[in-house]
Design a protein around this ligand. Sequence first.
Ligand SMILES: [Zn+2]
Length: 141
Amino acid sequence: METVSIARSQIDAIVAHARAGAPDEVCGVVAVREGEVVRVMPTRNAAATPRNRFEIDSRDLMRVVEVEREGHDVGFYHSHPVSVAYPSATDIGFAELWPGALQLMVSLRQDVPGGTGPEFHAYRIVPPQVNVVPLVIDESR
Ligand SMILES: [Zn+2]
């Protein structure tokens, strides 16, 4: 089964972005090279209802072009401030534009006192199918 490797510091950066943006969803672009997340780039959320939607701001779409120019695979991340870290119907719709791209998702629903902390998962969505991608976390970087 395919796995994707990601650095602990990259997860921390995404969680920090999600916390800073809550209660709105936050989003970003990631670069993936041979099954490894090599870069994480926060973007602005331009959705009209950012509480439960995300839309990468057109001013930040340059990030996608950069990743492609580097010859890396384009992936995305976004947060769910209150719901589970599983793709919503809207997320599956977004994936129509990027079928099979790595989609990292963080949920903050348990990121509360007495909770179990942020939940972090990865998927590759080929609508309507959602495939879970196991993450291998590199604690050393
Ligand atoms: Zn979502």
